[in-house]
Design a protein around this ligand. Structure first.
Ligand code: HEM
Length: 394
């Protein structure tokens, strides 16, 4: 859909550079609106977004002509499946990817963060926190968790970035052209690793999923490969933005940075607030399976609905002073990880990585300051920075 819309389209540029003024306008004046460019209804209000994400009449099977097809592999993942397929796929991966297993990663995450911060401490002048901390941490963690060899990481960095760019509501021609190749390369790569683990299982998530597959015919091999693809991409493209956007928000709110330094126990509620304040995943989409009325608007059967998680997280009807960053905010029932049956499977891992990385960074470099304008990535759905220049002066 709209594959020829360039990154400099005004709506795209606005959503990328600073979507919050637009969200405020939508929340105040047009919380349910048909958008000709997106060819979708946009929903901004918290209550409406929750309503759609928890309503089985809205399907997650959101394929776009020219970008996705039902056959395209990632388009068959649990992220874009409805029950009963979704229920089966999610139950299987949940057996292997439990919150307890994530908690066991804590010492390893602390060690990786320690090594990355050591490397930063050795540098003088300006340091790019995306390249030195926000990106490598989740990439190393998900690679180790799945059990993909460290030396292959550079290979799938590019593939993963292309597939992530295809999650945008408007996908430029250049991305569409590279998408099939990237998906195919990632698929072949992961299928080879799965074959190796089938022969010689290890203590990793891929081996655990292979075992699940072999204990019955509930998970086909393509489903297994696609599940690994989804986890690998989610591990590469999301937590980086929690750390990047989160640290930027702290640097732009020195009083909150100082508050966290003075009271490190604020880190858990602090990470929740950073997730709300500048959400790494700004939107998701659903398809109406029947005609449904929302706030007096008739959403036709088959229509696409874009739920603006980033707007809902700034809805004054749900959050007092939504534009204020308050690391102690309570309650904070944000939608950064979605809601309903597709609620982020990786949330416990992302939270743990965010808490450890941001907590340790603030402790280790209490004089951290911004050293220039950060650069934004082009994507809208996954909102984040490509560089975050800082100085760490002792
Ligand atoms: C801060 C980091 C992250 C954020 C903000 C985030 C956000 C989200 C959101 C909003 C959804 C729901 C999408 C929808 O309803 O359409 C989702 C689903 C999902 N996420 Fe995450 N995610 C993050 C990290 C991760 C990580 C690290 C992993 C895996 C290792 C992961 C795996 C998944 C999976 C598998 C789903 C699909 C669940 C389903 O369809 O049932 N996520 N995520």
């Amino acid at each position: 859909m709209m594959a020829d819309v360039p990154y400099d389209h005004p709506l795209v540029a606005q959503l990328r550079d600073n979507p919050y003024p637009l969200y405020q306008r939508l929340l105040a004046q047009a919380p349910v609106q048909w958008n000709d460019v997106l060819e979708a209804w946009t929903l901004a209000r918290y209550a409406d977004v929750v309503g759609v994400l928890t309503d089985a009449r809205f399907s997650a099977r959101r394929f776009r002509s020219g970008v996705d097809s039902e056959e395209a592999n990632i388009a068959r993942s649990m992220l874009v499946s409805d029950p009963p397929d979704h229920t089966r796929l999610r139950a299987l991966v949940q057996k292997a990817f439990t919150p307890r297993m994530v908690e066991q990663l804590r010492p390893r995450i602390i060690a990786i963060v320690g090594e990355l911060l050591d490397r930063i401490a050795e540098q003088s002048g300006t340091v790019d926190l995306i390249g030195e901390l926000a990106y490598p941490l989740p990439v190393v963690v998900i690679a180790e968790l799945l059990g993909v060899p460290a030396e292959d990481r550079v290979k799938f960095r590019e593939w993963s970035a292309v597939v992530a760019a295809s999650l945008d509501p408007l996908v430029p021609e250049a991305v569409v052209n590279r998408l099939q190749d990237a998906r195919a390369a990632l698929y072949t790569y992961l299928r080879e690793i799965i074959t190796l683990r089938r022969r010689e299982p290890r203590a990793d998530l891929i081996s655990a999923l292979v075992a699940v597959e072999e204990h019955g015919d509930v998970l086909t091999e393509p489903e297994l490969v696609i599940m690994c693809m989804l986890l690998l991409i989610a591990g590469h493209e999301t937590t980086v933005n929690l750390i990047g956007n989160g640290v930027l928000a702290l640097l732009r709110h020195p009083e909150e940075f100082a508050r966290l330094k003075a009271d490190p126990s604020l880190i858990n509620s602090g990470v929740e607030e950073l997730l709300r304040f500048d959400s790494p995943v700004q939107l998701t989409a659903r398809i109406a399976t029947q005609s449904i009325e929302i706030d007096g608007h008739a959403i036709a059967q088959g229509a696409r609905v874009v739920t603006l998680l980033g707007a809902a997280n700034h809805d004054p009807a749900q959050f007092a002073d939504p534009e204020t960053l308050d690391l102690g905010r309570a309650p904070n029932n944000h939608l950064a990880f979605g809601r309903g049956i597709h609620f982020c499977l990786g949330a416990p891992l992302a939270r743990l990585e965010g808490q450890i990385a941001i907590g340790a960074l603030v402790r280790r470099f209490p004089n951290l300051t911004l050293a220039g304008e950060p650069e934004r990535r082009h994507q809208i759905t996954l909102r984040g920075l490509s560089s975050l220049p800082v100085t760490i002066s002792p």
